[in-house]
Design a protein. Sequence first.
Length: 115
Amino acid sequence: MNDLENHAQLPVKAGVTYPLAKYTHPLKQLDIQIIYDSMIQDDNVLLLVIFGSTVNMVCHSNSDIDIYVELRDYNNIPAIPDNVLSDVDLIYDISKTSGIYRSIDRDGIILFDRR
């Protein structure tokens, strides 16, 4: 995660302050900001990673936001705020040997890590 050499730097929209925003697609930055603000306040969320089309140049207005989280308690899954306009695919509790985890590990952008 955070191998930033392979990621393009993109313009950051006004009001977007989350770490490494310049590596996420501007079409999704405002929604990611809302998600980030919610998750950073949730002590159950240990790790927040953005991956998939949001961190590469194939993102478009109908793309979903792919998020991977690691949690203290997997019985308490965080909710995505209602004011997020994009569809969100929240991934958690997956095997570190799975293909999706390898993709996250290769291309993901860590927004915070409290592990």
